[in-house]
Design a protein around this ligand. Structure first.
Ligand code: ACO
Length: 377
């Protein structure tokens, strides 16, 4: 019997702090007028000292699980798509697993930059279809504010921070992820790169002096690549689903530049009102951009159960990806906010206690084994 991966929950989290174009223009040589006309961005969210990719991922995941009415103990796969992980290792997905108390889940990070969320959705849906996993949490989360050079006007105006998550559940009912594709062309890797911080160029005084620990981008070339693949990937994935463009209710594109979205709309011969756009308020949140847009499309009733939605993205790598999804139903009935808060405290407090106990136990166990070893000598 065929299995399908349905989206049954969704959630998002963005930092509190809003940074407007006007604020940026106070410390970098730019203007609100330039940023709005060239990109469509008016403001973005920037993570504060207490916020990080893990805290945003956890908040988005908790919301998605609440919408799905699914306990974290039933999740068996956690994927975090991010180019700005909490650390190189452990994976941010493991920090999410621990915070949620998802004791049955395997967890790992996936790096495909702005295409990361669709890459992760593609892999999780394949695992569900294959029957190796049943419930997956797919998260796209970024804090690009931590890797942009705030003195480089060509990049710092573009990016923002945030996270979005969906819960995928296996079912024999037709629907969910109907088709998806992932692609890469590594020959364009240097067009958008974070040169240092990996094993090729570890952080050193020279690296910091030369600003190699910040993003470098050839904006014009990335723009040309993006306009090419957005249209191509949309057509390809819609055909793969056995549909035509007229069957698509909404396109949720990666929010990098309004001009890229407008060019894709023109190429596809579709009106702009078939595209969901929120770039004005968040900028480019990389892997988080599509799941955040999905959540807002649901909030604004642009995306309803049964609708056919296309997601399409491009990013560093170079990578691109697209998916066709028949939008699902939230499994849980909405609860009053106070009850939801209470439910979350009671649900996640045991996970925190368990995590602390495990850390203490590990320390105690290590000390005991050292003592026993000394006694044996
Ligand atoms: N404020 C004012 N002027 C600026 C700014 C700024 N923030 N940035 C660049 N300029 C100037 C340039 O210096 C240049 O000046 P010059 O003509 O005197 O040399 C002029 O504006 C035009 O520069 P262009 O690069 O031609 O501007 P363009 O219209 O191409 O817009 C942009 C630049 C917005 C970066 C565009 O190329 C773009 O959106 N590219 C795609 C970037 C992208 O999507 N990146 C994310 C990929 S996803 C991921 O994986 C993270």
């Amino acid at each position: 019997m065929a299995r399908y991966a349905h989206i049954v929950g969704w959630g998002m989290a963005v930092p509190q702090r809003v940074v407007t174009n006007h604020e940026l223009a106070q410390f970098v040589d730019t203007s609100d007028e330039w940023i709005v006309t060239r990109t469509g961005i008016r403001e973005r969210r920037v993570a504060g000292p207490q916020e990080s990719v893990a805290t945003l991922s956890i908040a988005a995941a908790e919301e998605a699980l609440a919408v799905a009415g699914i306990s974290p103990r039933d999740v068996d796969l956690i994927l975090v798509a991010t180019a700005t992980p909490e650390h190189l290792f452990p994976a941010t997905a493991c920090l999410v697993q621990d915070a949620l108390g998802a004791s049955k889940a395997g967890a790992f990070d996936l790096l495909a930059a702005c295409s990361g969320f669709i890459y992760a959705l593609h892999m999780a849906a394949a695992a569900i279809r294959a029957g190796t996993h049943d419930i997956a949490l797919v998260i796209g989360a970024e804090t690009f504010s931590r890797i942009v050079n705030w003195r480089d006007r060509e990049t710092c105006v573009l990016f923002g921070d945030g996270a979005g998550a969906v819960v995928l559940k296996g079912s024999e009912a037709l629907g969910g992820v109907l088709a998806s594709m992932i692609r890469a062309d590594g020959s364009g890797g240097e067009l958008l790169i974070l040169p240092a911080g990996g094993s090729r160029m570890p952080i050193s005084e020279a690296v910091v002096r030369d600003s190699c620990h910040f993003i470098r981008m050839n904006g014009r070339e990335v723009f040309r690549f993006a306009t090419r693949v957005m249209e191509k990937a949309t057509r390809e994935v819609v055909a793969q689903a056995g549909l035509c463009l007229e069957d698509v209710d909404l396109i949720v594109p990666h929010q990098a530049n309004i001009r890229i979205i407008e060019t894709a709309a023109k190429g596809l011969g579709l009106p702009m009102d078939r595209f969901f756009v929120n770039i004005d308020r968040y900028g480019n949140t990389s892997a988080a951009s599509i799941p955040i847009a999905l959540c807002e499309a649901v909030q604004q009733e642009r995306l309803k159960p049964g609708d056919t939605v296309v997601m399409v993205a491009f990013g560093a790598g170079l990578t691109w990806a697209a998916a066709v999804v028949q939008w699902g139903m939230p499994l849980a009935r909405p609860r009053p906010p106070w009850l939801e808060r209470l439910a979350r405290i009671t649900r996640y407090l045991p996970a925190q206690l368990h995590s602390r106990t495990m850390r203490l136990w590990r320390r105690f166990d290590a000390r005991m084994s050292r003592l026993l070893q000394r006694e044996g000598e």
